[in-house]
Design a protein around this ligand. Structure first.
Ligand code: SAM
Length: 275
């Protein structure tokens, strides 16, 4: 089974190998058949399609395995970008490989990598987060857990949630971290801007267009932490021995007057340390 990356906006962003492969297969499994048909029609490709989305992925995967068993050649695409990256595909890939068939990736567009390539951040590492949880509490917890990760963070976000998410990032991460907003990549109104996180709410509010379209948000890695004094470390360690990370960090912040974020990040490090 060929796993084929497709454009994230600009139809020209499809590889020669992807086109050749899509022309050569007997079936294209895709998230949305109408969507895939547009791409295939654009390139004059007449291959039949099969819907494979998050609600039928297991059954569709069984069908793909059956077809591969009959000697058919199959490709898998998602609506845009790379299948399996915040998109269906992983379960089908696992089922196909478990059944003994080869899975062959055809690399190409992915919004996260496109955004990173133009973000201009010096951080040597990044963590792909994808979409944060939609519910406020779960989203906050997720951001708090990411606060101490020593890497740039890459988020996907929908336009109706971008203002809220950016507000949470500002509230829970160091305000001097850089935020790169990559909007409508490869499309007519592509826009890539970077600014200190603290300035992002004002930028989003400045123009209704700034909140439209598809978004990748990239936050630079946390600034190097000032060494924590020995007494703060001691208090944190004592609390951590008895309490969950969040509670320990909160109490340590109250006792020592040190910032909660830094204590939380340090608590995570201490917790992750092998005994
Ligand atoms: N599989 C895709 C990939 O490889 O990038 C991602 C699919 S995910 C369902 C869709 C999300 O990706 C959007 O909500 C947005 O956050 C991001 N995205 C996709 N296309 C984009 C684009 N042209 N510009 C900015 N972000 C994009």
């Amino acid at each position: 089974m060929y796993v084929v990356a497709t454009p994230i906006g600009n139809l020209g962003d499809i590889s020669l190998r992807a086109l050749e492969t899509l022309r050569g297969v007997d079936l294209v499994a895709c998230e949305d058949t109408r969507h895939a048909r547009q791409l295939l029609d654009h390139h004059g490709i007449k291959v039949p399609t099969l819907a494979l989305h998050q609600h039928n992925e297991n059954q569709a995967a069984e069908k793909l395995v059956r077809l591969l068993g009959e000697g058919r050649r199959v490709a898998l695409v998602s609506d845009a970008g790379t299948p399996g990256v915040s998109d269906p595909g992983a379960r089908a890939v696992a089922a196909v490989r478990a059944a003994g068939f080869r899975v062959i990736p055809l690399p190409g567009p992915s919004a996260a990598i496109a955004a990173l390539s133009a973000a201009g951040l010096a951080d040597p590492r990044f963590l792909f987060v994808g979409f944060l949880p939609a519910r406020v509490g779960a989203r906050r917890t997720a951001i708090q857990e990411l606060a101490g990760v020593d890497a740039a963070l890459v988020f996907y976000e929908a336009p109706h949630r971008v203002v809220e998410t950016v507000a949470e990032l500002v509230a829970l991460l160091e305000p001097q971290r850089t935020l790169v907003i990559a909007r409508e990549l490869t499309k007519l109104f592509e826009q890539i801007v970077s600014m200190p996180l603290a300035q992002a709410p004002a930028w989003l509010a400045a123009d209704a267009n700034h909140q439209r379209g598809e978004f990748v948000l990239v936050v630079s890695a946390p600034p190097p932490r000032e060494g924590m004094d020995a007494e703060t470390e001691r208090v944190l360690a004592v609390l951590l021995a008895e309490l969950p990370v969040k509670q320990a960090a909160k109490l340590a912040a109250e006792i020592t007057g040190q910032p909660k974020n830094a204590l939380y990040a340090r608590a995570l490090e201490l917790k992750a340390r092998p005994l």
